[in-house]
Design a protein around this ligand. Structure first.
Ligand code: ZN
Length: 83
């Protein structure tokens, strides 16, 4: 499969644009989601790309700056100091 073949590239570009909508939880009809899933299954390059982007987004969500653990630890320490 030649990835530079326009016959392949056009549906892939369209699929990848929709993948972003898919990952961003934007409005997609069940039909759109089914189309994307089918393309990702039929087209390994797009499937890999989807996996990559999905993992990347997952990591970004996890590394979201959050002071909670630090504050929680400080609070626990304060409680322990009181006893
Ligand atoms: Zn594709």
């Amino acid at each position: 499969m030649n990835p530079f073949d326009p016959k392949h590239w056009d549906p892939c570009n369209e699929a990848l644009e929709r993948v972003h909508e898919f990952l961003n939880q934007r409005e997609l009809t069940p039909q759109d989601q089914a189309d994307i899933r089918r393309h990702l299954t039929d087209c390994p390059p797009c499937g890999d790309r989807f996996d990559f982007e999905e993992k990347l987004l997952e990591r970004l969500k996890k590394s979201d700056p959050c002071q909670c653990p630090e504050r929680l630890r400080a609070r626990i320490k304060a409680l322990l100091d009181l006893t």
